[in-house]
Design a protein around this ligand. Structure first.
Ligand SMILES: [Zn+2]
Length: 252
């Protein structure tokens, strides 16, 4: 007996996540040998549901629960750059109130860079996978990871499979994907603990400064939680360079 067949058309970004044997095909022919939702089918092809921006059949949008039928053609698209996570969609009817993040240990260096850009980012390398997923969901944070199994967890609605390998490229990837270019606020958040920094008078911290810092810098901020002191020194310059890089990327 010939089994029922479904045709799936993935956009370029999703196609790259498919198992190697499907990657060169424009359409994937998928045998429907069991009753399964489109979400289950997509994840059986190793694509976490977090990467799917929309599912359509002949222009009609479908939800993750949709059970595909024989000879249907479904089109699956990734998220376009500049996702607005505060807007409800059919796939994610409960939007977030803001783009805030939780970072998995496999992209741990990204946490510091996001904080450097002023983006609210939780990172706890001690958390086990299940707890990490639970915390991200409970606190409405977008989970950033390179671990597909973690992102496939049911509890996760908002997540992203980070594609870039270098932390600085990952930062650019996240800023562009979530359209954060306009909300960056370098030098505003503690790199160690994510707490928003507060300005502090130089005179109050003079005894904590190295001689050269004391001499050349005049504006300081302090983390009200861990007490670390920040000034517009090397971090700030590094951040400016990264931001210029993002601008060049967009212009180019
Ligand atoms: Zn701190």
């Amino acid at each position: 007996m010939i089994s029922d067949m479904l045709t799936l058309k993935f956009d370029h970004q999703l196609q790259e996540l498919l198992p190697r044997r499907y990657r060169s095909h424009r359409n994937v022919h998928y045998p429907l040998d069991r009753r399964a939702s489109i979400k289950d089918i997509v994840e059986s092809l190793h694509i976490p549901h977090t990467e799917i921006g929309s599912i359509e059949r002949e222009g009609e949008e479908l939800s993750f629960k949709y059970i595909p039928k024989d000879r249907e053609l479904l089109e699956l698209c990734s998220f376009p750059a500049g996702i607005d996570v505060t807007r409800p969609t059919l796939l994610r009817p409960e939007p977030l109130s803001a783009p805030v993040f939780m970072v998995d240990v496999n992209v741990g260096k990204l946490a510091r860079l996001l904080r450097m850009a002023g983006i609210d980012t939780w990172y706890d390398p001690e958390l086990a996978e299940a707890e990490l997923a639970r915390q991200a969901a409970a606190h409405d944070r977008i989970l950033l990871s390179r671990n597909r199994d973690l992102l496939r967890r049911k509890i996760i609605t908002w997540g992203h499979l980070v594609r870039a390998e270098q932390p600085e490229d990952q930062l650019v990837e996240i800023i562009i994907l979530y359209g954060l270019q306009g909300v960056l606020e370098p030098f505003s958040r503690c790199l160690e603990c994510n707490t928003p920094l507060r300005p502090v008078d130089k005179s109050a911290i003079l005894h904590q400064l190295e001689p050269l810092t004391r001499r050349y810098y005049h504006q300081f901020k302090r983390c009200p939680d861990c007490g670390r002191i920040y000034w517009r020194g090397s971090h700030h310059q590094h951040m400016q360079e990264l931001m210029t890089g993002i601008q060049d990327f967009q212009d180019g």
